[in-house]
Design a protein around this ligand. Structure first.
Ligand code: MEV
Length: 440
């Protein structure tokens, strides 16, 4: 049993590592070696990573891949993807190529509004609260001027603040529900700073509002925080083509493929067990680009899944139809992204990823990310409804299995060739590698 430690955060990095390896590992040298082999020899870069978070002991690498040939609104992109799962980048690239020959992806930002709330308890008369809110609202906005000045200069800022009565959910619970335009910034710090100022002004002004009783003057602010649910920060991406143009590289006709594909999407629309996996595949593409471009994938995940359940039942994020011989496949998804602020100006790989994407605005990035999700879903459904997912996936996964067996480069070469026309499975690879090793 390990013991708790006081003052861990104050230890130097090397002392932190000493404590960890001595407390948790039998072979302290090996554990130290693993941690240290991921340190960057460039001291400045390492320091940057050390300072991103607290108690950093090493770096955790993910591969950064690229998927080229994405034609989006007539412009070609190579999309950076940070992800550990094999086949995701290959699937994206394949879908990109497929749609490149069929007009590419068409996208549109529908809205860019973000939300924040001050949650508070008020014990008293709602009509008085309403009168107070209407009166104090201009001052609430005025008091944030120091925070909003720059954002307003660029065309963003606070859009509106509403008073919301939530007492049917929780006794005496109300909200200041505020909407914001944060332009190219994800805007979390901006929104949270505004909200905390709203809360302060609201509370202070309540103390001197002449209509309030003593109890009513004591507004209790529970918390002030942005919402990661952004149903009005919405983007749409779409592909479409003639049904007969769908059959390339497939054993079934365009008509049969379109029918099966639409059925697969319909199933995800009505069946939550399928919808979750269907959307997971979409998030393979979305998270990978969100991560590569230094955005907060947890915020995106939380918001996207809430959106997928907005009608009271978890459902597909994508939709498909065939009308008048035209196959259309689209996604509509909330994405609060930033291309300035946060990691975007700090992390050298994030800067590189954004440059690779022609330094997009947040709106452009929303469209690129939505396309990555749609492409990923197209590739997954295409495999699932034709060959099945495992054939392609296991081929891509072969290298991971070979690495588990610590295959040499020579063994990898021979076995990759062998598995070109043999089914890949863990046991088949094990058998093949053993045979090879016995032979030599
Ligand atoms: C695997 O990471 C993603 C899929 O399961 C998505 C899907 O089933 O649509 C292949």
């Amino acid at each position: 049993m390990s013991k708790p430690i006081d003052g861990f955060s104050k230890l130097s990095k090397s002392k932190k590592i000493d404590w960890i390896v001595e407390t948790y590992f039998s072979n302290t040298d090996d554990a130290k070696e693993v941690l240290k082999q991921y340190w960057n020899s460039n001291k400045k870069l390492q320091q940057l990573h050390d300072e991103f978070i607290e108690n950093t002991i090493t770096n955790y690498y993910l591969p950064l891949g690229v998927a080229p040939n994405f034609l989006i609104n007539g412009k070609i992109y190579t999309i950076p993807m940070a992800i550990e799962e094999s086949s995701v980048v290959a699937a994206a690239s394949k879908a990109a190529k497929f749609w490149m020959d069929r007009g590419g992806f068409k996208t549109k930002v529908i809205s860019t509004t973000k939300i924040g709330q001050v949650h508070f308890i008020f014990k008293g008369d709602f009509e008085k609260l309403k009168t107070f809110f209407d009166l104090v609202k201009p001052k609430i906005i005025e008091d944030t001027k120091a925070i909003t000045k720059n954002m307003e200069k660029r065309g963003g800022g606070i859009i509106d603040i509403e008073l919301r009565d939530k007492t049917s959910d929780i006794g005496n619970y109300y909200q200041l529900h505020a909407s914001f335009e944060t332009l190219d910034a994800m805007g979390a710090n901006f929104i949270n700073s505004c909200l905390e100022q709203f809360a302060k002004t609201f509370k202070d002004e309540a103390q001197v509002f002449h209509l309030f009783s003593d109890e009513e003057k004591e507004i209790e602010v529970v918390m002030s925080i942005l919402s990661n649910y952004v149903p009005d920060c919405l983007v749409r991406a779409e592909v479409c083509c003639k049904v007969e143009d769908l059959n390339e590289g497939s054993t079934i006709s365009g008509e049969a493929f379109a029918k099966k594909f639409v059925q697969a999407v319909n199933i995800a629309e009505v069946e939550p067990f399928r919808a979750v996996t269907h959307n997971k595949g979409i998030m393979n593409g979305i998270d990978a680009v969100v991560l590569a471009t230094g955005n907060d994938f947890r915020a995106i995940e939380a918001g996207v899944h809430a959106y997928a359940a907005r009608k009271g039942k978890y459902s597909s994020l994508t939709h498909a139809k065939v009308e008048d011989g035209i196959f259309t496949f689209w996604i509509e998804i909330p994405l609060a992204l930033g291309t300035i602020g946060g990691l975007t100006g700090l992390h050298p790989l994030v800067k590189l990823a954004l440059e690779l994407l022609h330094k997009p605005s947040a709106k452009e990035l929303m469209q690129i990310v939505a396309v990555a999700g749609l492409a990923q879903n197209f590739a997954a459904l295409r495999s699932l409804t034709t060959t099945g997912i495992q054939q392609g996936h296991m081929k891509m996964h072969l290298m991971n299995i070979l690495n588990q067996f610590e295959a040499t480069n020579e063994e990898k070469k021979i076995l990759t060739e062998y598995f070109r026309n043999h089914t890949v499975s863990h046991s088949a690879v094990s058998e093949a590698i053993n045979k090879l090793r016995v032979k030599s």
